[in-house]
Design a protein around this ligand. Structure first.
Ligand code: Z15
Length: 841
C-alpha cells in the first residue's frame, strides 16, 4: 500500500506527522493549546473541568499516534485476530490509566502544578465510562487492558449506550436511580461515520429456486436500523500497542428515515421512527445475573452481533483469502450467552449471502467461536421465546431449528437408545411458549466452553451442562480462572504500595509479570518494610475516612478495623448475612459492661453496591443496612466500637478508593453460587484479608496464599443441595442467635419492622434458599477470630505481605495468555522494532 504513494507525498507526511510530547513544557504547551483553541477557554475561565479536558485531549493525541500505528501494524502483519464480544465494558476512567500507561503521569503532574492545578482534582473531573453492571463488565475491561499490554491483536465489540448503569442515591434509606447520561464531553471516543452497517429486523423469508436451479433464501421487507461505529483507544502498559474497542450506536437508516412523511407534514410519525431506531442503543439493562426476556434487549443483542459480524467479515474479505481460512484469521469469544446470535448470524452470512454449503459454513462457524459461561444461577440463564424470535428474526429462527435438527440427529446416532437425552439437550425447550436455550446454542456453536474458576468449571460439567459432556466428551469444556489487571488495581489505585513493592524488588517489572511479587516474601520479617506497609494501609484508610466524611457527613475512626463488602446487591452474595452479623454485634455491645467494651476491636462496616431497579428484595437489604446505620451510628453506648456505612453509587472510580482501604473484605456467597468473584483478588492484592466461603475463586486464592492467611467459614458447595432439601422436608430450625437478631428487628429497633418482614420470612418460612441460617454461627465465630487476629498487628501485617507476595496467579495477563494458547490460538505481535524506533526518537 505504502509504495503506491509518491515519494514526495510520503516525505511531507513524515515531516509533519505529530510525534507526541514527552517533556513537561511540551505537555503544557499541548494542554494550553487545546484549552485555548479546541475548547475556546482562557486562563481566566479555566476551571478544573476545562483543565481536565485540555489534559485529556493532550493525552488523547498521544494515544492516537500509537493507535494508528498499531492498527496499521496489525493489518500489515495479517495475523489472526481475536474479537471479544461483550454487551458490557465497565471501563471506569481513562485519563489516569492513559497517563500511567505512556509513563507520563509525573510529567502531567508537574505541568498541571505549573498551571495551578492538583492532578488528583483534575483526574476526578472525569465521568466514569460505566457501560456495565458488575463483575462481567469489569472483567471485559481488565481483559482489554491485558490484551493491549501483551500486544495481542484484539478488538472489543460492544454497544455505545447513551445511558450507562444508573447513578444511585440513597433517600430515607431507600435506593433511588438517577439516569447516567455520560456523553456530554467524551474525548475518548471517535465517531466513524464512514463505518456503518445496516441491520435488519422483522420482515419475512422468501425461499425460491433461481434460474440455475439453486436454492435462494432471502429475508426481506424488514425494518432497517443503521449501526455507526464509535472507536475507543485501549492503551497497553509500557508498550506501543493501542488496541481498539468498537462500540455501535443505532440510528434510523438514511434510506429508512421517511422524508416522504416529513414532506407531507407527518413530522411526529417521522420523528417517532427515528426515535425507535435510536432507542436500541439508548440504555444499558441494569440487571446483573438476571434475564428478563424483553424484546428491546433481544434487539440490542442482534443489532450488536450483526454489526460486529459484518464488520469482521468485511475485514476478512479484504484479505482475499478462501473461506476455509476464516478461522485461521478470526477468533471470536462470546462473553456469556448475550452474543450467541453471532453464531447464527455468521452461519446466515456464509450460507444465504456468500453461498457456501451448510456443512462447510458450519465447520467454519464452530471453529471460530468460543463461549465463556459466567453463572449457574437458573434465573440468569438466557432463554428467548420462539414467537419473539420468529417475529423479530424469522430467518434466524429457521437456522436455529436447522442447527438443532442436525445436532439432535448426530446425538441420536451416537445414543440411539436414549430418547430422554434428546429432549434434554435440545436447543428448543418444549414449554408453552417454546423457548430457545441460548447456552445450549452457544455450546453447540463453539469449539470450546469455559468456566471462570475451577469450582465453577467443575460445576457446569456436573450440573447445567452435564449432558453435553456426555455428548462431546470432557475436552470441549475447560477452565480459565479469572484475573484482574494489576495496572489499575494496584499501580493506579494504590500508587504508594506499588512504589514500595518496586523499591523492594528492584523495579516495576512486577506490573507486567505479577509472579515477581514472590520476591517480597524474603522481606516479611523486615521491620522497616513492615512499618511502611502498615503506614500505607493506614493512609489509605484515612483517605476513605475523608471520603466518608465528605459524602456522608460523619467521621469514622481510621484506626478501627475496616470491614468492607462492595459488589452488586444480590441475595446469593448475602449482604443480608453481613448485616445480620452486624446487628448481632450491636446487640452484644449493648449487653456489655463498660469494662468488657474496652476489650473490643472497634470496627467500621462498609457496604456499597447497586440493586437492580426491579429487584425488590435487594432494595430491602439496602434499606435495612441504612436503617441499622442510622441507629447504631448515633448510639452513645456504641461510639467508635461500631459504625455502619452505606456508600452511595459504588462504581469503578470509587472502588479505586475503597479497595486499598480494607482490612477485611467480605466474599460470602452461598457456596456454589458465585462463579468466580474478582473483587476478592483486588482486595488481597492491596494487602487486605478476606472473610469468605469456599466458593468461586476464593478456593484458588486460599490455595495460593495459604489457609493461615484467609478467614474461611460456612458450608461446602457439595452439601448445599442436601441442606436445602432438609429445609423443606426435615425438622428444620432457624439458628437461635439469628432468631434473636430477627426479634430485635421485629421489635422495631431499626424503624418500621414491617419493611423487613420479607427478608425474615424468606429465611424462617420459605426455606432459606441461600442458607443464611446454616452459615450464621460459623460466620459470627469467624468474625470473632478476625477481631482476635487483628489485635496482633505484627502478625496481621505478616499475613498481609505474604498474601500479596503469593497473588501473582490472579493477573488477567495470565488469564489472557491461557485463552490465547488454549482457545484462540493466537500469538502476540512483535513490537520490539517499534519500541526501538521510539527509543531513538
Ligand atoms: C455477572 O456480573 C456475572 C455473571 C453473569 O452471568 C452475569 Cl449476567 C453478570 C459475574 C459473576 O457473577 C462473577 O462471579 C464473575 O466473577 C464475573 O461474572 C466475571 O466472570
Amino acid at each position: 500500500v505504502e509504495s503506491s504513494i509518491p515519494e514526495h507525498m510520503r516525505e511531507a507526511w513524515k515531516k509533519f506527522s505529530p510525534k507526541g510530547f514527552t517533556t513537561k513544557d511540551e505537555f503544557e504547551s499541548e494542554a494550553v493549546k487545546h484549552i485555548e483553541t479546541t475548547l475556546a477557554r482562557s486562563l481566566f475561565n479555566c476551571d478544573e473541568l476545562a483543565a481536565y479536558s485540555g489534559t485529556a485531549l493532550a493525552f488523547r493525541d498521544r494515544l492516537i499516534i500509537d493507535w494508528n500505528k498499531t492498527q496499521q501494524r496489525q493489518s500489515f502483519a495479517d495475523q489472526k485476530r481475536l474479537y471479544y464480544l461483550s454487551l458490557e465494558f465497565l471501563m471506569g476512567r481513562a485519563l489516569d490509566n492513559a497517563m500511567l500507561n505512556v509513563g507520563l503521569k509525573n510529567v502531567a503532574k508537574d505541568g498541571l502544578a505549573d498551571l495551578g492545578f492538583r492532578i488528583e482534582d483534575i483526574i476526578a473531573q472525569e465521568h466514569d465510562a460505566a457501560l456495565g453492571n458488575g463483575g462481567l463488565g469489569r472483567l471485559a475491561a481488565c481483559f482489554l487492558d491485558s490484551m493491549a499490554t501483551l500486544n495481542y491483536a484484539a478488538w472489543g465489540y460492544g454497544l455505545r449506550y447513551r445511558y450507562g448503569i444508573f447513578k444511585q442515591e440513597i433517600q430515607d434509606g431507600y435506593q433511588v436511580e438517577i439516569p447516567d447520561y455520560w456523553l456530554d464531553f467524551n474525548p475518548w471516543e471517535f465517531p466513524r461515520h464512514d463505518v456503518s452497517v445496516d441491520v435488519q429486523f422483522y420482515g419475512w423469508v422468501n425461499k425460491y429456486t433461481n434460474d440455475e436451479g439453486k436454492q435462494i433464501v432471502s429475508w426481506q421487507d424488514g425494518e432497517i436500523v443503521t449501526a455507526t461505529a464509535y472507536d475507543v483507544p485501549v492503551p497497553g502498559y509500557g508498550t506501543p500497542t493501542v488496541n481498539n474497542l468498537r462500540l455501535w450506536s443505532s440510528k434510523a437508516s438514511s434510506g429508512e428515515f421517511d422524508f416522504a412523511k416529513f414532506n407531507s407534514g407527518e413530522y411526529e410519525s417521522a420523528v417517532a421512527d427515528e426515535q425507535r431506531a435510536e432507542t436500541i442503543s439508548a440504555v444499558l439493562y441494569p440487571n446483573d445475573n438476571l434475564e428478563r426476556g424483553k424484546e428491546l434487549r433481544l434487539k440490542q443483542q442482534y443489532f450488536w452481533c450483526a454489526a460486529s459480524l459484518h464488520d469482521i467479515v468485511r475485514r476478512f474479505k479484504k484479505s482475499k483469502r478462501k473461506w476455509s481460512e476464516f478461522s485461521d484469521q478470526v477468533a471470536i469469544q462470546l462473553n456469556d450467552t448475550h452474543p450467541t446470535l453471532a453464531i447464527v448470524e455468521l452461519q446466515r452470512i456464509l450460507v444465504d449471502m456468500e453461498g457456501l454449503g451448510w456443512d462447510e459454513a458450519w465447520t467454519i462457524v464452530t471453529s471460530t467461536f468460543g463461549y465463556t459461561n459466567h453463572t449457574v444461577l437458573p434465573e440468569a440463564l438466557e432463554k428467548w421465546s420462539v414467537p419473539l424470535i420468529q417475529n423479530l428474526l424469522p430467518r434466524h429462527l429457521q437456522i436455529i431449528y436447522e442447527i438443532n435438527l442436525q445436532f439432535l440427529q448426530s446425538v441420536e446416532k451416537r445414543f440411539p437408545k436414549d430418547r430422554d437425552l434428546l429432549g434434554r439437550v435440545s436447543i428448543i425447550e418444549e414449554s408453552q411458549p417454546k423457548m430457545v436455550r441460548m447456552a445450549y446454542l452457544a455450546i453447540i456453536g463453539s469449539h470450546k466452553v469455559n468456566g471462570v474458576a475451577e469450582l465453577h468449571s467443575d460445576l457446569i460439567k456436573t450440573t447445567i451442562f452435564k449432558d453435553f459432556v456426555k455428548v462431546y466428551g470432557p475436552d470441549k469444556f475447560t477452565n480459565v480462572t479469572n484475573g484482574i489487571t494489576p495496572r489499575r488495581w494496584l499501580h493506579q489505585a494504590n500508587p504508594r504500595l506499588s512504589e514500595l513493592i518496586a523499591s523492594k524488588i528492584g523495579s516495576y517489572e512486577f506490573l507486567k509479570d505479577l509472579t515477581l511479587l514472590n520476591k517480597l516474601e524474603p522481606f516479611v520479617d523486615d521491620k522497616e518494610f513492615k512499618k511502611e506497609w502498615a503506614e500505607i494501609k493506614y493512609a489509605n484508610k484515612v483517605r476513605l475516612a475523608q471520603h466518608i466524611q465528605t459524602t456522608k457527613g460523619y467521621s469514622v475512626n481510621p484506626k478501627a478495623l475496616f470491614d468492607i463488602q462492595v459488589k452488586r446487591i444480590h441475595e446469593y452474595k448475602r449482604q443480608q448475612l453481613n448485616i445480620f452479623g452486624v446487628i448481632h454485634r450491636y446487640m452484644a455491645i449493648k449487653s456489655m459492661s463498660p469494662e468488657e467494651r474496652k476489650k473490643l476491636v472497634p470496627r467500621v462496616s462498609v457496604f456499597g453496591g447497586k440493586a437492580a431497579p426491579g429487584y425488590w428484595m435487594a432494595k430491602t437489604i439496602i434499606h435495612l443496612i441504612n436503617k441499622v446505620g442510622e441507629v447504631v451510628n448515633k448510639d452513645p453506648d456504641v461510639g467508635d466500637l461500631l459504625k455502619v456505612v452505606f456508600l452511595e453509587d459504588y462504581n469503578v472510580s470509587k472502588a479505586e478508593i475503597i479497595v486499598p482501604a480494607s482490612d477485611i473484605s467480605e466474599h460470602i456467597s452461598t457456596a456454589g453460587t458465585e462463579a468466580s468473584g474478582t473483587s476478592n483478588m483486588k482486595f488481597v492484592l492491596n494487602g487486605g484479608m478476606i472473610i469468605g466461603t469456599l466458593d468461586g475463586a476464593n478456593i484458588e486464592i486460599t490455595r495460593e496464599i495459604g489457609e493461615q492467611n484467609i478467614f474461611l467459614f460456612g458450608n461446602l458447595s457439595e452439601d448445599v443441595e442436601d441442606l436445602r432439601h432438609h429445609h423443606f422436608y426435615g425438622d428444620y430450625k432457624v439458628n437461635p442467635e439469628l432468631v434473636k437478631v430477627f426479634d430485635c428487628i421485629k421489635k422495631g429497633t431499626f424503624g418500621d419492622e414491617g419493611a423487613f418482614g420479607a427478608l425474615i420470612s424468606g429465611i424462617v418460612e420459605h426455606g432459606d434458599y441461600y442458607l443464611v441460617s446454616d452459615d450464621f454461627n460459623s460466620y459470627c465465630q469467624t468474625q470473632d477470630l478476625i477481631d482476635e487476629a487483628y489485635k496482633d498487628q505484627d502478625a496481621w501485617v505478616t499475613k498481609s505481605i505474604t498474601s500479596v507476595a503469593r497473588m501473582g496467579f490472579f493477573t488477567s495477563d495470565r488469564c489472557i495468555n491461557e485463552y490465547a494458547d488454549t482457545i484462540w490460538n493466537i500469538e502476540p505481535l512483535d513490537v520490539a522494532e517499534e519500541k526501538e524506533v521510539r527509543a531513538r526518537t
